[in-house]
Write a protein of this length. Structure first.
Length: 68
């Protein structure tokens, strides 16, 4: 069974929603980078950092549950 995860960010009138399968976090972070490099997109490096941090915290909490 594939676990679907999501991250979302509201920025002004825009919403960025990312849905991805567990284990594909690196691909999502690559998408953040591409979007932050795109001058036509309102998604910037700060947004990429915030969502990357959130993703990392989620993974950290899941690992803590497995270890405990």
């Amino acid at each position: 069974m594939n676990v679907i995860r999501h991250l979302s960010l509201a920025k002004g009138s825009e919403r960025f929603i990312f849905r991805y399968e567990a284990g594909r976090e690196a691909e999502v972070i690559d998408s953040f980078s591409r979007m932050a490099n795109d001058s036509t997109c309102q998604f910037d490096w700060f947004d990429a950092a915030v969502l990357s941090y959130q993703m990392g915290r989620r993974l950290e909490m899941e690992l803590d549950q497995i270890v405990t």
